[in-house]
Ligand binder design. Structure first.
Ligand code: GDP
Length: 450
């Protein structure tokens, strides 16, 4: 085990690689300031402790390493304290961030001191489509970009090896004694992490695939992918099918309410559902909106109702809502649009719950936008549990940043996915919720309607 220090992460990693080779295992990294007086003139130091001992990852758990707090004050390092080992993913992200920061600094300094004249691209460069980064920076900075790519590749290689060694071994008989995660499966695992699938969930998927396939299948990329798809799909509860209406047992029309924060696409989704039921399934549709807070929303829905050829009831109180529901008694299905509530708006959430009490919907679907982060989605889920809901709709799949987040949320919430929407067009961009479809998205297939 050796410790390397340098002023930059990239330099320290280069030292590690030169000395221990690319099989080196990073045991820990830290950054701190050294020297100076009362913080003035202190120099940044990056420290990497690494080893070329292949069995180190097992011991690694026992190494009490020192890691500096996020903001280390100038001066000697603080009293050592134990901290959890950084995960391989953390290492990649951190190192890449440091390298990127270095590059940005060098670029800014170079541009400030000497703005370079435009240089025509060499024939080799002209033949290649520029990467966004390469296109944005002067040619004499290409070397830096290359350096950064090398650092990224190197860290990834090291982290991959480290992670491989650390992966939890499957516990059943079949896989016992297998030395490593097969390459194809490991690629799938990294792909899941890149899609922001939670680490425990990604590991679970890998284990289940490994337990399902035989060694020959595990070397076959498409077999691994198929198995991963099936395992992921099993994690996503969904209505599936063709989005047909289920009969009710209380002789009322099936009453469906959509709830969720403002702007997630409730009104648009209601219009898509109304059109699907009326025009494709030839059902008698009742449409009620409680979204009287936004004139535009009522107008928008009225226009859709007019085009589809169904009446729209606009209600502002529980009393009016009960009346509108009675007027729709002869319909096959009644769709309720509700006003968006901020997830922190407790009084309004309570009011919404009371309003829904007057309509007694058979189904309440919580509408979540795929453009939100996992923490926002989970906060919305948490707050709307006051209102109560039994299904989930993911909207804006066409704009989703990461499908892994949707998988994490669907699994945590454990309510059936009823529909997904994939664009702004009414009525086309809506599909019934299907586990395999979302699983395929998590594994990197496009979001537009199939
Ligand atoms: P509400 O406030 O929840 O009722 O949201 P709206 O139905 O008014 O939709 C807000 C915005 O999201 C509008 O501009 C819609 O066109 C847009 N929108 C709705 N569904 C989708 C979708 O699936 N994809 C995309 N890209 N935009 C959507």
């Amino acid at each position: 085990m050796k410790t390397y220090t340098a002023s930059k992460m990239a330099d320290a990693l280069a030292l590690v690689k030169r000395d221990l080779g690319s099989d080196a295992v990073i045991l820990h990294t830290r950054a701190y300031k050294r020297g100076g007086v009362l913080g003035i003139g202190a120099k940044s130091v990056v420290e990497i402790t690494a080893t070329d001992d292949p069995g180190a990852s097992a011991k690694r758990k026992r190494v009490q390493h020192r890691r500096a707090p996020e903001r280390q004050p100038a001066g000697p390092p603080l009293q050592p304290r134990s901290a959890p080992d950084p995960s391989a993913g953390d290492l990649i992200r951190r190192t890449y961030a440091v390298a990127q920061h270095e590059l940005a600094k060098k670029q800014a300094a170079a541009v400030a001191s000497n703005p370079p004249p435009p240089v025509p691209p060499s024939p080799a460069q002209a033949a290649q489509p520029p990467t966004p980064m390469a296109a944005a920076i002067p040619v004499d900075q290409q070397q830096l970009v290359e350096e950064m790519r090398t650092v990224k590749r190197m860290v990834r290689e090291m982290a991959d090896q480290q992670r491989r060694r650390e992966m939890v071994r499957p516990k059943n008989q079949k896989s016992r004694g297998r030395p490593d995660i097969p390459d194809k499966l490991f690629d799938q695992y990294l792909c899941l992490l890149e899609q922001e699938v939670a680490e425990e969930l990604a590991e679970e998927v890998v284990q289940q695939v490994q337990d399902t396939l035989n060694p020959i299948e595990l070397e076959d990329e498409s077999a691994v992918r198929r198995a991963a798809l099936e395992v992921i799909a099993r994690q996503i509860p969904a209505d599936g099918g063709a989005g047909q209406l289920q009969p009710t047992d209380d002789r009322r029309p099936r009453t469906i309410a959509l709830v969720g924060p403002t702007g997630v696409g409730k009104t648009t989704t209601i219009a898509k559902l109304a059109a699907t039921f009326k025009l494709k399934q030839k059902k008698n549709v009742g449409l009620i909106t409680m979204d009287t807070y936004r004139i535009a929303a009522v107008d928008q829905l009225r226009t859709y109702a007019h085009i589809i050829g169904i009446p729209l009831h606009v209600v502002a109180s529980a009393h009016e809502l009960a009346g509108a529901v009675r007027l729709c008694a002869g319909c096959d299905v009644v769709l309720l649009d509700t006003a968006g509530r901020g997830q922190r708006d407790d009084p309004h959430l309570e009011e919404l719950r009371t309003l829904l009490g007057a309509a007694k919907p058979h189904e309440v679907h919580l509408v979540l936008s795929s453009t939100c982060s996992q923490s926002v989605l989970m906060e919305v889920v948490d707050r709307f549990s006051v209102v109560g809901f039994d299904k989930l709709i993911f909207t804006k799949l066409d704009e989703a940043v990461s499908f892994g987040v949707l998988l994490n949320v669907a699994r945590k919430v454990n309510k059936r996915l009823s529909y997904v929407t994939t664009g702004q067009e009414v009525p086309h961009h809506i599909e019934p919720g299907r586990s395999e479809r979302l699983a395929a998205l998590v594994l990197g297939e496009g979001a537009r309607a199939c």
